[in-house]
Write a protein that binds this ligand. Structure first.
Ligand SMILES: Nc1nc2c(c(=O)[nH]1)N[C@H]1C(S)=C(S)[C@@H](COP(=O)(O)O)O[C@H]1N2
Ligand SMILES: [Mo]
Length: 199
């Protein structure tokens, strides 16, 4: 048994149309940004009481959390039992204090890659800004030094090299959501493509 899982349990945890991967594919649409700990910044803006910007040192000093979760890419692979460490989205949200009208967020990367999510989804227990995976620092190709992790949505919502969040009243589609992919992206409902929306 791998990590205490048996085949039956694995099968139960793989959403429809997905298959298990034992490795860890690398998927992104831009070049890997160079990490300079002196110049790295993470910025929260929009409908919050305290707009805020962190340096890498400040961000790493935030109270850490760990979370074990599964990851599902819309191209068909699922990777189970990822052990993430980082800071919970909820912890960061508490610091900036979203205004009552803030209902949506857009998470961004330096390239201009973005993904959008309802604030409610981001406040889930298992959503975090992760700097470590499987006990090791997150590799640059997987989003290091830090990425968003949203286990209950397809992988494109888990923005690698995250450098900011904007809090909004109204929803605004991100990079893939504008290119034919589903706005909500829930794997168990197989919400893959935008043509499925509203059905
Ligand atoms: N900045 C950025 N983040 C991104 C992407 C990307 O192209 N750019 N691709 C997404 C997609 S489609 C997936 S499946 C996951 C893949 O993460 P991995 O390469 O660590 O497996 O990252 C997501 N985050
Ligand atoms: Mo993906």
């Amino acid at each position: 048994m791998l990590g205490g899982r048996n085949r039956a349990e694995e099968a139960r945890r793989i959403p429809p149309g997905q298959r298990l991967t034992r490795g860890w594919p690398v998927l992104h649409s831009e070049g890997i940004p160079r990490f300079d700990p002196e110049r790295w910044r993470f910025r929260i803006s929009g409908l919050v009481r305290n707009e805020k910007e962190w340096t890498w040192e400040e961000f790493r000093a935030l109270p850490p959390t760990t979370s074990k979760s599964d990851f599902h890419c819309v191209t068909g692979w699922s990777k189970l039992d990822n052990e993430w460490e980082g800071v919970a989205f909820r912890t960061v949200a508490d610091l900036v204090e979203p205004l009552p009208e803030a209902k949506h967020c857009v998470i961004s990367a330096p390239s201009g890659y973005t993904a959008n999510l309802p604030l409610e989804v981001l406040l889930d227990d298992d959503v975090l800004f992760a700097w470590s995976h499987g006990g090791a620092p997150l590799e640059p190709k997987h989003g290091g030094p830090m990425r968003l992790v949203v286990p209950k949505r397809y992988g494109w919502k888990s923005v690698k090299w995250a450098n900011g969040v904007r809090f909004l009243e109204r929803d605004a589609r991100g990079f893939w959501e504008e290119r034919g992919y589903h706005n909500n992206a829930e794997p168990w409902a197989e919400e893959r493509y935008s043509w499925q929306e509203g059905r």
